[in-house]
Design a protein around this ligand. Structure first.
Ligand code: HAS
Length: 542
């Protein structure tokens, strides 16, 4: 990666790591409070801490790390950014960082305890909403800088298939851009005027619907960079090849098409939306499962082919041949393994009837700690072990490699305990997003207590995991021996089929994407607006 591009990438990653430390500390406080054995000091509120945790880890750590990684990925595979593209990435970075500082300050001052989902009726200070708007606008600017580099490559190499990793970055940014239109409308036309006192009321159902039109695509914005690493980097680390370029691109295009028009599966219990629209979006949700199944198939194939090439025999003998001692493989591999139950839980959530059982219980929290907080985060940790030294001109030592492996084991054990306890307590009816309570001595609440204590044990292990990871990170940034660490990019298997040009035809995919979003959302939103009681200033806004 070009040195100037490395600097921008690292600037993003530093902010992500500060968010990890602060957000992780808030996570530790969370589980301790929920165990019933700990009270927050100095009048700090439960929802204040929960908002710090969700915003810093769910929105800031992810977005900043992803942009750092993506800038490095584009520079590595399409070539160094031009001065204009680099400037866009810096403007994007500073806009996002200013927005983050504004939003975080309001949360820390207890002026924005509205959780990371921040839809109405919870209301925050207008500075919080403005801060988040800056984060989104900054991400558009930085994302444009990355996409322009890919477009330049296409111009310079007419008729050729573009580098896979850059193509994947463009897919993720396109999906992000379309998804953020919903939340940007919610903030600009509802939340900001409402928090400034310009309107008296807002339509809560509309606010939630606009949020979730973004909220589910958000989870794929987190996931796709992990998939980039699984598809393109991990095969090289194990000495193998990418199973199929065409299949990898197809799965990313499917994410572009199906990530946005599925948000209603977060609102299956919402009374104001007609069941037929929910049903349509449940079908589209099942469509978005398919690219993950394609990914699982492709990864198994890569691993098996490599394992057998190294002499592995029998049904599972090839597994033994994989480089288990290499943190660059082992850590993301654990993420993949955990994604199997995480994804299965997602399918349960999306199944209309089963959702009635788990919605708003702590099962959901268990689900997303397996998906984003393990599959995705462990992959990001694993990536740091080659990316950070690559960008800072240092090397991963044997000692750091071993610590990376130990860190991942601590993480999986901690998460195993915490997330299993969350899933079981959720099935017993324990609500999410609530501080400890015995619910007036209700019998059922007493059955949750042991699981809440288990969550505190798991959560404490996770906090130790964060400290361990940050220790390795600091070493890799400033103290590891100087040298050159590889940014691994695998080649495509020689016998893979040719990539059809249609997969790079973004004009076609954008048309289909817009059509799907219109079909899935225009009627429900029209219904919501036309059924809203008339007469208040807030409703007239729309
Ligand atoms: Fe989800 C709620 C449905 C995936 C995150 N989800 C959430 C929330 C978050 C979240 C944060 O339908 C809470 C939001 C809130 O605060 O309210 N989710 C799904 C479905 C999927 C899914 C169908 N979720 C994710 C991912 C996330 C994430 C990914 C973050 C990164 N989710 C839901 C629903 C809700 C929900 C409902 C709302 C619930 C409610 O009522 O509130 C699917 O995309 C999952 C598909 C995944 C798979 C797994 C494929 C496995 C792979 C690994 C292969 C392993 C290998 C290892 C190769 C089918 C790719 C090799 C092994 C060897 C042994 C060799």
């Amino acid at each position: 990666v070009n040195r100037k591009d490395s600097k921008i990438a690292m600037a993003h990653i530093y902010v992500a790591m500060i968010a990890l430390l602060l957000g992780g500390t808030a996570g530790l406080l969370q589980v301790l409070v929920r165990s019933g054995e700990f009270k927050l000091p100095w009048g700090i509120g439960y929802y204040q801490v929960l908002t710090v945790h969700g915003v810093l880890l769910g929105l800031i750590l992810t977005t900043f790390f992803i942009y750092g990684f993506q800038i490095a990925a584009v520079s590595r595979t399409s070539g160094a950014l031009s001065a204009k593209q680099r400037l866009l990435c810096w403007i994007g970075f500073w806009t996002m960082t200013t927005g983050t500082a504004m939003a975080s300050a309001m949360v820390l001052l207890n002026e924005a305890s509205v959780l990371y989902t921040f839809y109405a009726p919870l209301q925050a200070h207008w500075i919080f909403y403005l801060g988040l708007t800056l984060v989104v606008v900054g991400s558009w600017i930085g994302g444009l800088g990355q996409a322009l580099r890919w477009m330049q490559w296409r111009k310079e190499n007419k008729g050729q298939t573009s580098p896979l990793l850059s193509f994947m970055v463009v897919c993720n940014n396109l999906m992000w851009f379309v998804a953020t239109i919903g939340v940007a409308s919610e903030v600009l036309f509802q939340l900001l005027p409402w928090s400034l006192g310009l309107v008296e009321r807002v339509d809560i159902l509309l606010s939630r619907t606009l949020f979730w039109s973004f909220g589910h695509a958000l989870v794929y914005f987190w996931l796709l960079p992990a998939y980039m690493i699984w598809y393109v980097v991990v095969p090289k680390v194990i000495g193998g090849k990418i199973f199929s370029d065409a299949l990898s691109r197809l799965s990313f295009i499917m994410f572009v098409l199906f990530s946005v028009p599925v948000g209603l599966h977060h609102q299956l219990t919402e009374p104001g939306v007609d069941g037929s629209w929910k049903f349509l979006q449940v079908i589209l949700t099942m469509m978005v499962v398919i690219p993950s199944l394609l990914t699982a198939f492709s990864l198994f194939a890569t691993f098996e082919i490599r394992g057998r090439a190294l002499g592995g025999k029998g049904v599972f003998g090839w597994l033994k041949q994989l480089p288990w001692g290499d943190a660059r493989f082992f850590v993301p591999f654990l993420g993949m393994l955990v994604f199997i139950p995480g994804g299965a839980g997602g399918i349960v959530n999306a199944s209309y009837q089963m959702n009635q059982l788990i919605h708003n219980t702590i099962w959901v929290t268990g689900h997303f700690h397996l998906t984003v907080a393990t599959a995705v985060v462990l992959t990001f940790f694993g990536a740091c072990y080659w990316l950070v030294p690559h960008l800072t001109g240092r090397t991963l030592t044997k000692e750091m490699n071993r610590l990376g492996i130990i860190q991942a084991i601590v993480w999986v054990v901690g998460m195993g305990i915490m997330s299993s306890a969350m899933h079981v307590a959720g099935l017993l009816g324990a609500p999410r997003r609530s501080a400890f309570s015995d619910y007036g001595g209700a019998d059922i609440a007493s059955t949750w207590v042991s699981y809440q204590i288990a969550q505190a044990v798991g959560g404490t292990l996770l906090f130790i995991g964060i400290l361990l990871f940050l220790y390795i990170f600091v070493k890799l940034c400033w103290f590891a021996p100087k040298g050159q660490e590889e940014f691994p990019i695998a080649e495509v298997a020689p016998n893979a089929e040719k990539t059809p040009a249609i997969l790079e035809n973004f004009k076609l995919w954008i048309v289909i994407l817009v059509a799907l979003v219109l079909i899935a959302y225009s009627f429900p939103i029209f219904d919501i607006i036309s059924n809203a009681p008339l007469g208040s200033k807030g409703y007239k806004l729309w």
